[in-house]
Design a protein around this ligand. Structure first.
Ligand code: CBF
Length: 890
């Protein structure tokens, strides 16, 4: 009704360009504008890097308004929200995935080609956002993609490390060399620095208690001495040693007055003398696929509260002046390159607290803006802890409710217990986080008090029912050093605790969290991991995706199940087309291998690509794979050229990083490289076997490797891999799994059918017995394994001393039962070779092709969309909040 207001709105509405033009001219205009106006270069001469940045900024323009509108819409509708707290997000590249989500890839490809640029080439300029180590961080990235696509009212919170996962190089001698990964070298066009969103985060200091009491006189039962027989005698308090005649005095019990201190108000706690820094927000919009919902990933970076210490500066002591600034910036400087827990590292603890403190302040600010009473917090938000790294959020929320909101402990605890859920990602005991009481008490003293109090309440609540289990259930570990068990804190508090694959959840219930399962049987549940088919099929394997879409349309991008409709179309022609797509993928990988290692692969159609990519870890058993490779090589050396010619040609491909401090993992990399160098240079075996270690495995190289794999190795010792997610990506792309009875492999087999797999090895329940047998008298090691070990010891692959730790581990401890599984593994590979060589009358690998396609199209259970729907329904209790299409008038 207010004409002024109406005019303002009309003017603003005219400025809306929710759907920016995507015709070639407009896109070129936008790219050139970014080159000149944002990046300050000339549109007449700019390099590929600038072309990438300008294109990315132009794509971002298409997202920003949707992203703002999504936040506004969530704000107006005020649905219950999910906050995904993860200290790692392994995003990878965003250019193509954002274009695909916004359905503008073809338009940009066309526009760029008009100025002589190829989208594929400029996309290569994007540096991976490698803010994670491996499975856990990549899972978080897939989950964000699904949350946005499913239009869930969700946000991610994480850290903006300036240095991501280290870059891996391989030295001439075959060793892993680590280099810093400064992924921000050219700036990151996707993020939006939010100067308006920053919070103070406090560390160290001490807690001052302020008791609020008043004094009252109360009558209480007391003992007094009174002279016997005297009605109104002198009343004297009894004191030891006082001499009196016992016959004259008697000790009487009666009411006496006493001064008592009464709590007038709850004790207040003041966390004081802290060292304060700022957490500044950097937002990364995450586009849902073909929807108007664009959600947010908010990453925190640490910054000093004051640029420098002015006093020191004035004194001319510039180093001192800058010290505090540098210390503040250090917190989010670098990602810890270890996928298990870095024990005892103060900086790591500070990272964790910094992360949750900033996130919770942000979440609470948003909640307070709703005007809802604090008791309604659980109705409005749920926080998912991706492993225990964010679990300090629990005492932090308690602290806020107690110290800022002034609730009683019981009230605060009641609310907090409804706000968190916890995902466990490993049963490896060494990876379960513990913080020494000393360290935690120093860095966040108030939180230590709160944790103690939570533990006291918990212990009291179970003391009668579980008297024998108290020590194991306690959040506080007493020996060898007093420490806080973060998983225990998470379980005690959370509404739900989930494992990430059926076997893993079962193991949680029966092994590491067995006692908790007795106390809280209803808390535990399984949510099997998943991966987004949009990145891991549609984007990374365009030819295969197009082949599928040609049969069943494109709906599978958001409803994987649709791919099952392909089954009736699998005839010879379709299988041939499938192999055509595979050839493209293999040639792409061969080109990458050539570029990075100099190794040439010929006739890739005929060569079996046998791939193992993941972090290098003893339990993942790259050891088993390389020993098998050696055994196959030794066998080849015994064959005549004619026999070799008939053999299956294969490339055994490895990629993965070892934690810099993990000695055995680094030895394994070296062994792989040294074996590769001998095998690849042995002319007597020709092309029969090639071994490749591709350095610097990351999300973008995974997108080239995975579509090219004929077979993929998922061969962890049974019971050790919580889930594994690369197995899902490979199967989606038609890679055939060779795997153990571990993690998600078991469920994959159930979905795609045993005929599509090569499973082998001891099962979880057989591992202990296997270990015993392995070292029992009379145990005979498989002769091929013995020969492989002898070859290493004999120096065939380099100086013996280099590899003795590796050999000794297999010979003398073999914790990961390599020897037990070796013959079964060899047998599985013999079958693989046989099957690979089988072709139909037209020279087509028909059976293999059919199995590969079936593997791929039956993977709907492993779409992260399914995982996120499970989380939403079973844990978060949140519903989609779909941003509506724009209306025509304000
Ligand atoms: O659940 C995601 C992945 O997490 C890990 O990488 C981890 O960091 N604990 C596990 O090792 C994987 O098995 C799991 O798939």
């Amino acid at each position: 009704s207010d004409p002024e207001q109406k005019k303002k709105l009309d003017n603003l509405f005219a400025m809306r360009h929710r759907f920016l033009e995507t015709d070639t001219k407009s896109l070129l205009q936008s790219i050139c504008d970014h080159v000149e106006l944002r990046l300050g270069r000339s549109k007449w001469s700019f390099n590929k890097q600038i072309a990438y940045s300008a294109t990315a900024l132009s794509v971002r323009d298409h997202m920003i308004e949707l992203w703002n509108d999504t936040n506004k819409y969530f704000h107006e509708r005020n649905p219950k929200r999910l906050y995904y707290l993860s200290i790692e997000f392994l995003i990878g590249r965003l250019l193509r995935s954002n274009m695909l989500s916004l359905a503008i890839e073809a338009d940009y490809t066309k526009a760029l080609s008009q100025i002589g640029l190829h989208l594929e080439e400029i996309a290569e300029e994007e540096l991976d956002m490698a803010l994670g180590n491996g499975g856990l961080g990549r899972l978080a990235a897939c989950f964000l993609d699904s949350m946005a696509t499913l239009r869930l009212p969700a946000w991610g919170y994480g850290l903006r490390y300036q240095y991501g996962m280290f870059k891996q190089r391989v030295s001439k001698e075959g060793d892993q060399v680590e280099l810093p990964d400064y992924w921000l070298e050219n700036g990151c066009p996707w993020e939006i620095k939010r100067l308006d969103v920053r919070y103070t985060v406090r560390f160290y200091g001490h807690v001052r208690e302020e008791k609020h009491t008043r004094t009252e006189i109360r009558m209480k039962k007391g003992k007094i001495l009174r002279r016997r027989g005297v009605n109104r005698g002198e009343l004297l308090p009894y004191t030891d040693g006082q001499s009196f005649n016992e016959n004259d005095w008697q000790l009487l019990e009666m009411e006496v007055p006493e001064e008592v201190e009464i709590e007038a108000a709850p004790t207040e706690y003041f966390w004081e003398n802290t060292e304060d820094i700022y957490a500044c927000a950097f937002d990364v919009p995450i586009a849902g696929y073909h929807t108007l919902n664009v959600i947010n990933l908010r990453l925190w970076q640490s910054m000093p509260k004051t640029e420098f210490d002015f006093n020191s500066f004035n004194r001319g002591s510039y180093d001192d002046a800058m010290r505090a600034k540098q210390a503040a910036e250090t917190i989010t400087q670098v990602l810890y390159p270890n996928d298990s827990f870095e024990a005892g590292k103060e900086l790591r603890l500070k990272q964790q607290y910094f992360f949750v403190s900033a996130s919770l302040q942000d979440i609470m600010r948003r909640f307070r803006n709703t005007g809802m009473p604090i008791q309604d917090l659980p109705k409005q938000c749920i926080m998912q802890c991706n492993d225990t790294h964010p679990v300090l959020a629990i005492p932090e929320l308690m602290r806020i409710l107690l110290d800022d909101e002034h609730l009683t402990f019981d009230e605060a605890w009641e609310i907090t217990q409804k706000c968190f859920a916890y995902t466990n990602h490993t049963v490896l005991p060494e990876a379960l986080e513990k913080w020494s009481v000393d360290l935690l008490g120093r860095v966040v003293p108030r939180h230590l008090q709160i944790i103690y109090q939570i533990n006291w309440l918990f212990m009291e609540s179970i003391r009668d029912q579980f008297p024998d289990d108290l020590a194991d259930l306690s959040i506080i570990e007493e020996t060898p050093v007093k420490a806080i068990r973060m998983a225990n804190l998470a379980i005690v508090t959370s509404i739900k605790v989930n494992g990430v694959a059926a076997l893993h959840t079962q193991l949680l219930k029966t092994t590491i969290f067995r006692k908790f399962f007795k106390v809280f049987p209803k808390k535990f549940l399984n949510v099997t991991n998943g991966v987004t088919q949009r990145r891991w099929l549609l984007e990374c394997n365009t030819p295969l995706g197009q082949l599928y879409s040609s049969k069943v349309g494109t709906k599978w991008a958001t409803a994987y199940k649709v791919l099952r409709q392909i089954e009736p179309h699998i005839d010879d022609a379709f299988i041939t087309q499938f192999w055509d797509t595979r050839r493209i993928a293999k040639e792409r990988l061969a080109a990458l291998i050539k570029k990075e290692t100099g190794i040439t692969l010929n006739n890739v159609d005929e060569m079996l690509f046998d791939v193992q990519v993941k972090r290098i870890h003893e339990y993942k058993r790259q050891s088993l794979n390389i020993l098998r490779a050696i055994a196959e090589y030794l066998n080849l050396r015994t064959l005549t050229p004619a026999q070799i010619a008939k053999k299956c040609k294969k490339m055994i491909f490895f990629a993965g990083k070892a934690a810099p401090g993990y000695y055995m993992a680094k030895k394994t990399i070296k062994l792989i490289n040294c074996v590769a160098s001998v095998v690849n240079n042995d002319e007597t075996i020709g092309d029969a076997l090639k071994i490749v270690f591709l350095p610097n495995y990351n999300v973008s190289s995974a997108q080239v490797i995975i579509p090219a794999a004929d077979i993929h190795e998922q061969i962890s010792t049974a019971g050790y891999e919580a889930s594994g997610t690369s197995c899902m990506k490979f199967c989606m792309n038609g890679g055939i799994i060779i795997g153990t009875w571990d993690g998600a492999n078991i469920e994959i087999l159930e979905e795609i059918g045993a005929e599509q797999t090569y499973m082998f090895g001891l099962k979880t329940e057989q591992i202990d017995e296997g270990r015993k047998q392995r070292f029992a008298n009379g145990y005979k090691m498989d002769s091929r394994l013995e020969e492989a070990l002898l070859a290493i010891e004999g120096g065939l692959f380099g100086p013996k001393h280099e590899f003795m730790p590796f050999v000794d581990a297999i010979r003398h401890s073999d914790n990961y039962v390599v020897a037990n599984d070796f013959p079964l593994y060899m047998a599985a590979h013999e079958q693989v070779e046989k099957d690979w060589l089988e072709k139909n009358a037209h020279g087509v690998r028909e059976k293999w092709g059919r199995r590969a396609i079936l593997s791929s199209i039956r993977m709907d259970k492993f779409s992260s969309d399914r995982s996120i729907i499970d989380y939403s329904e079973k844990i978060w209790k949140i519903k989609p909040c779909m941003v509506p299409a724009p209306i025509d008038a304000p």
